[in-house]
Design a protein around this ligand. Sequence first.
Ligand code: EPZ
Length: 418
Amino acid sequence: MQKLLIKGNRELTGTISISGSKNATLPILAASILAFKAKLKNVPFVKDIFTMLDLLKFIGIKIKINSKNKTIELINSNKNINTLAPYKLVRTMRAGILVLGPLLTKYRKAKVSLPGGCAIGTRPVDLHLFALKKLGAKIKIKDGYIIAEAKKGLIGTSIRFPSNSVGATENALIAAHGAKGKTILYNCAIEPEILDLISYLKKLGSKIKISGRKISIIGKNISFKKINHKIIFDRIEAGTYIIAGALIGKKIKINKVVPKILKYEINVLKKMGAKIISSKNSVTIIKSNNIKRATVSTKPYPGFPTDLQAQLMVLMTQAKGLSKIKENIFENRFMHVPELKRMGAKIEIKNKTAYIYGLTKLTGAEVMATDLRASVSLVLAGLIADKRTIINRIYHLDRGYEFLERKLKKCKASVKRT
Ligand code: EPZ
């Protein structure tokens, strides 16, 4: 089991280039089942992407990977596609559920393993199934699998989501792309990763209009175009390094970002005292010596993202006074708190709110990663803690952060993988 060793208290200075978004790449890879030939650029070569590629290969999609120029080519000219997504490939990466919509809309049947839960919550898929049933799918659950079929194909309709779900919106969009006629989705999630999927589906021939949380789509059944698509930047990776800069950045320039997509996060950090200068496609951040406390609630985009909650909590340990962060999206996303407390943080949890008492000096310790974003919050804590921090189970990190050690070492951090 690999570990990360971090020696803290080294000021960071330098430039970090942000990779492509894992959470944009995953639905676009799933939607590529509906493409003939697709070439994706700026793909982050992280674990979850390879898991999704394994699933697509299992289904019968031809994949060509060029890690030098970070592109993936996908060809679906297979006459006998396997419309099964097995448990062994879906359980390690919940986003495997995203092949349900494309398989169903193109091949009129699919058998996809229920993804099961993960560290941060039960992760139900009822909203995905709700949308597909509205489009005409017959769905039953048997032996831990979703068995879906649409003998006459899916038919466009109006669907109002009872609550915002990124994955369910993505599955519905991809399914509607292959459905007959027009579909109107109401109360959609509108994360930037969904907008990137929409621009991909447009290249595949769909006519899509967005207004607020309403998305209307007139699908296009088959497309024999060869399409190229550049994945948007990873706003969560960018937010993570901006918070690292607020914690211990002498001066860090973060490249290949679109600052306006990070507006909300940047405003929260500026209010806490971080000095942030945005330019066209970069953000420069200098830590502040007196970080102010804050009260933040996680919300669907464009609110403060749940995927940055653990990282922000580390910054709050360095703010004078009582900070609060309410986790509204997932039911169990405070797994990093016991580990941060072992490093000296003073945090209490009541219901869905964490109360963080600052300013507390953190001290290095041996800690354990539990999920992707919790593990990176331990890295941030290690960067500012006295002495040495050892982080176990860093395979969680490898699921979503490309070249993390390399990017931090380039900014003078002392980070080593053993
Ligand atoms: C996506 O997960 C992201 N994953 C998550 O990032 C992110 O935290 C989440 O969106 C919220 O922004 C990918 O894009 C691969 P949801 P997803 O459906 O689609 C409930 C990371 O760290 N819900 O928007 O699964 C659900 O339990 C990962 O990169 C239902 O009740 O999130 C949650 O409470 C972690 N029924 C809320 O909705 C459903 O059918 C939001 O979930 C689906 C979801």
